[in-house]
Design a protein around this ligand. Structure first.
Ligand SMILES: Nc1ncnc2c1ncn2[C@@H]1O[C@H](COP(=O)(O)OP(=O)(O)OP(=O)(O)O)[C@@H](O)[C@H]1O
Ligand SMILES: [Mg+2]
Length: 317
């Protein structure tokens, strides 16, 4: 267990007992701590001392505001945004264990486990989109997995945006997200606005990674990866891993369609789940609305939910 004594002192003054450093990121440090007021275990996402500028603070504040829109078991819950020492910290529910990244580790995951995780993730995205938010960085590192009960939650909304802003062209002019998981339109090379269906693509890459243990487009040259997202068709996941049922291969291909329309079966995003009542807390009714699409063919997410549910029924998992 790694504990920084100065950090521990600062946290104690703010009412937290520092337990461990979970991850030192580029901009933020993530700690596990006990909140002294109620003894609850929490995770504190703190701006690093070399990233305390206004822009960074605004970004963390925004992540808190976005997380506050949701109240769902498959989206990490934010308890608050607090000043700890001289910096800001996002107080999150402690999800225990690790992320899907640790689960993959270069190997395909068990299909039963994949199906459980996939269903949770599809539900998480439905809620996120129904509340007018595009996640924009769906990948195994940003999916938390609680080893105690197998619960899965989508996390890290640090580059997320609101659908309304994207529609007005208000998205960032620079690349945000993670190149290997990024939709063609999110790379900025397609002259297309980003909408909620961009997350379907990243979900497709995440599924591909889980099912095969490798990325659809590997390599480290950014231009090559961008080109591949825009123009290349990856080897089907069921061709890479013969244990993958063909139906799952087809779902991944649909999620990873090059155009947003190909992922949703719609010609326009206007009637997408994201346009429905942004800012409202999700209810079971809003979740049902989300899955009842107005499109002529089922969206990739609906198809994924149906197929995952069907495939998970006969086998145990
Ligand atoms: N609520 C949580 N419970 C348990 N672990 C968490 C929680 N939130 C974050 N983590 C851990 O910390 C890591 C980093 O968190 P997160 O993805 O939010 O930040 P980041 O990737 O450093 O993003 P950025 O600095 O761009 O905001 C996660 O990959 C996960 O391992
Ligand atoms: Mg992250």
């Amino acid at each position: 267990m790694h504990v920084d004594f100065e950090q521990a002192r600062v946290m104690a003054a703010a009412g937290y007992e520092l337990r461990e450093l979970v991850r030192e990121g580029r901009r933020t440090s993530v700690y596990r701590a006990r909140r002294l007021a109620d003894q609850r275990s929490v995770v504190l996402k703190c701006l690093r001392s070399d990233h305390t500028g206004q822009r960074e603070a605004a970004r963390l504040r925004r992540e808190f505001e976005i997380l506050s829109r949701f109240d769902h078991d498959n989206v990490v819950r934010a308890y608050g945004l607090e000043r700890i020492g001289s910096g800001l910290a996002l107080v999150l529910e402690d999800f225990g264990g690790g992320t899907l990244r640790e689960l993959v580790r270069g190997e395909a995951v068990d299909i039963g486990l994949f199906l459980r995780v996939a269903l949770h993730l599809v539900d998480a995205l439905a809620v996120v989109h129904a509340n007018g938010v595009i996640h924009k960085d769906v990948k195994p590192d940003n999916v938390l997995l609680d080893p105690r009960d197998g619960r899965v939650a989508l996390a890290d909304f640090s580059v997320s945006s609101l659908v309304a802003e994207e529609a007005q062209g208000g998205g960032p002019a620079f690349l945000e997200g993670t190149l290997h998981y990024m939709s063609p339109e999110q790379t900025g090379r397609m002259n297309r606005t980003v909408d909620y269906r961009s997350d379907y693509y990243s979900l497709g890459v995440t599924f591909y990674h889980l099912l095969t243990g490798r990325l659809p487009f590997e390599g480290s040259d950014p231009m090559e990866i961008i080109h591949a997202h825009i123009a290349r068709v990856p080897l089907a996941p069921n061709a890479v891993n013969p244990r993958v049922p063909a139906v799952l291969g087809r779902i991944v291909a649909k999620l990873m369609a090059k155009t947003a329309e190909g992922r949703s079966g719609r010609t326009s995003s206007a009637a997408g789940p994201s346009s429905r009542r942004p800012g409202r807390s999700p209810t079971s009714r809003s979740r049902r609305r989300t899955s009842r699409s107005t499109s002529t063919s089922p969206s990739a997410s609906t198809a994924a939910r149906r197929a995952c549910a069907a495939s998970s029924t006969p086998s145990s998992g």
